[in-house]
Design a protein. Structure first.
Lengths: 114, 147, 109
């Protein structure tokens, strides 16, 4: 549950290591390592360059990401994004123009006999 | 392949495969295909494929473009675009230059966009998005990062 | 069943190798090789080229058909049609000008 404004990691910030928290977060800079915001929304802005495995509730990827994402709710990959890695989430939205390479795993209920 | 001027086969036709039709084997086409029935046949088409809500395709397909509102189990290779509609469900690998997954769609498989390394079409003037992305999490410290 | 009007039309550039099964009218304008089983009406249009065994209710051939046909009602080979194969149906019409080669068996159980 977020308590007010989301946190912000600015364009000129570079983090290497484990990042975890309990509030929504916007990343404009570079993060390498792991990110865990299990109950929150993470936004990777267009300038963001992430090399990390990510565990969130919701994520919006507008920048570059290299790593696996696990979201308990929703993953959104926008038209400017460039993503390499696997995604596991119940809902994934990928816009036209997004660049992606990797595995996507949503729950797919197939009808009987398929 | 001969041009569109060839007699008989005008590329303006569309084939709609009705909900009670089941096709098994191999299907080739040079016209748009709308699938409302069940196809267990490898589809190879130079045009568009539309899988409607009632449509079920269980096979690999190779098309120009595809829009999936039904069920597709199989690998898809498209020359232009694949779109999974909000009610679409797909299991299989997707290889296409452009891919759209709508909110509500269900997908499981690998996605591979061939033009992955092309420069983005975004109008962003940001110099901080280099075309080269380190393949494996980068051992290089981002010291060369230009502001 | 609704939609006796709905027919699946397999257009002129569609080529199928395999089996087609359906419970709606089917019009073939392309090329089919294999087997067709329909509970409704089947039409092979003048551009159609079918090499298949056919089981259907009604069949009308204006194109080319090579294969045996079993129909529960009627088979018609129209004047532009060409057929090679056996026909088993209670009613058979071969129009003047049509080309046909094969056995015909009418009036059965």
């Amino acid at each position: 549950m977020s308590t007010g404004n989301p946190g912000l990691i600015g364009k000129a910030i570079r983090i290497k290591g484990e990042l975890h928290g309990e509030e929504d977060l916007i990343i404009e800079g570079k993060v390498e390592g792991t990110i865990a915001l299990k109950k929150n929304h993470l936004i990777l802005e267009r300038s963001a360059v992430i090399a990390a495995s990510v565990e969130v509730e919701n994520i919006t990827i507008k920048g570059q990401m290299n790593g696996n994402t696990s979201a308990s709710n929703r993953v959104e990959i926008t038209a400017d994004a460039k993503v390499v890695g696997d995604i596991k989430a119940p809902r994934v939205v990928m816009a036209e123009g997004a660049r992606f390479r990797g595995q996507v795993d949503m729950d797919v209920k197939l009808p009987a006999g398929v | 392949m001969a041009g569109k001027g060839e007699n008989g086969a005008k590329s303006a036709t569309t084939t709609a495969i009705g909900p009670t039709i089941i096709i098994k084997g191999k299907l080739r086409s040079d016209e748009d295909l709308i699938v409302k029935g069940r196809i267990e046949a490898e589809i190879s088409s130079s045009k568009a494929l539309l899988v409607e809500n009632s449509g079920i395709i269980k096979a690999n397909i190779r098309v120009k473009s595809a829009r999936i509102s039904g069920v597709l189990v199989g690998n898809v290779t498209a020359e232009e675009l694949v779109e999974i509609a909000p009610d679409g469900r797909m299991v299989g690998d997707l290889t296409a230059p452009k891919i759209i997954i709508n909110d509500g769609a269900a997908f499981r498989g690998r996605i591979d966009m061939q033009n992955f390394d092309e420069a983005p079409k975004a109008k962003s003037a940001e110099p901080s998005a280099p075309a080269k992305v380190p393949a494996s999490g980068g051992d290089q410290p981002p010291a060369a990062h230009a502001k | 069943m609704d939609g006796d009007k709905t027919a699946t039309v397999l257009g002129p550039t569609v080529e199928i190798e395999g089996e087609i099964e359906g419970e709606e009218d089917l019009v073939i304008q392309g090329r089919i090789q294999g087997k067709i089983v329909s509970r409704k009406d089947l039409t092979v249009d003048s551009s159609g080229n079918v090499e298949a065994s056919i089981t259907t209710k009604n069949l009308a051939v204006s194109g080319m058909l090579v294969g045996n046909v079993t129909a529960t009602e009627r088979v018609e080979v129209r004047k532009e049609g060409k057929m090679v194969g056996d026909i088993k149906a209670p009613r058979v019409v071969i129009a003047d000008g049509a080309k046909f080669k094969g056995n015909i068996e009418m009036g059965v159980d």
